[in-house]
Design a protein around this ligand. Sequence first.
Ligand SMILES: NC(=O)c1ccc[n+]([C@@H]2O[C@H](COP(=O)([O-])OP(=O)(O)OC[C@H]3O[C@@H](n4cnc5c(N)ncnc54)[C@H](OP(=O)(O)O)[C@@H]3O)[C@@H](O)[C@H]2O)c1
Length: 264
Amino acid sequence: MSQAIVITGSTRGIGRCMAVEFLRRGCRVVASGRPAEPPEDLRAALAPFDGNWTYVSCDVRSTAALENLWTEAAAFGGGVDVWINNAGRNAPHEWLADTAQDPVDDLFATNVGGVVHGSRIAARGMLAQGRGAIWNMEGLGSNDMIQVKTILYGTSKRALTYFTQGLAKELEGTPVRAGRLSPGMMLTDFITKSADGEPAPVLRDKSFRFVFNALGDRPETVAAFLVPRMLRNRRNGAQIAWLTGPKAFARFLLAPFRHRNLIP
Ligand SMILES: NC(=O)c1ccc[n+]([C@@H]2O[C@H](COP(=O)([O-])OP(=O)(O)OC[C@H]3O[C@@H](n4cnc5c(N)ncnc54)[C@H](OP(=O)(O)O)[C@@H]3O)[C@@H](O)[C@H]2O)c1
């Protein structure tokens, strides 16, 4: 039987691209995000697979919404085989001392609270059904890299990594697995837009553009790498990493010859 997949934060970006890749492979997908209805772009991207996907509105900052996502998804898919805590956000690119309280609270409620409660609800449901895999989306900070003006995001992703490694230990010996996805750097709204929807100021930074053009990728490319590996994986505590250290090193060396222009 085809696998049933839930992806939080799949209205756009890597979440939407993973939804398409799972559907291409015959899975049933529950897409999700904060809007009450699936946005038009999402509908268009998933239209070739109508009948195999549904949309459930879920703001991951709400545990009631996450509980509802599990219930609806399990009814749609006959259980849930894969639950991906992908929803995530950044805080304004500024010094901590200049940052207001709301973006801080919002970031931790989404990137940490959403992942912890999403994992908790999925783990409970999966243990009861006797199968399943939980994947959490890492990011800058997961590998301890510290970047000033991004320390809130880095803290949230470092916490997520610790949490997922711990969850895998707790799930050892059960039919449920937990693992991490490491997507590298992707050209999505997350990078290109600031919180108010305007072009992100960081795009004007020449050194950022150099690094991104050397190391970054389109989310479609990363999703096509991650999804088959998730479907094949049988190991608890796995990490599926797109941009490994050696790959990043090779890309830097080749950057002058490749002329990649993701951000012109
Ligand atoms: N882009 C990168 O370079 C990069 C690198 C490493 C890791 N990541 C991680 O990858 C994940 C996806 O990022 P992306 O690059 O695809 O960003 P994106 O294009 O901005 O997409 C973010 C997704 O998260 C959803 N979301 C945000 N807040 C939410 C909430 N409270 N409840 C439910 N959904 C919420 C958004 O949906 P709505 O706004 O429609 O609700 C959207 O679907 C994030 O966890 C991010 O940290 C990204």
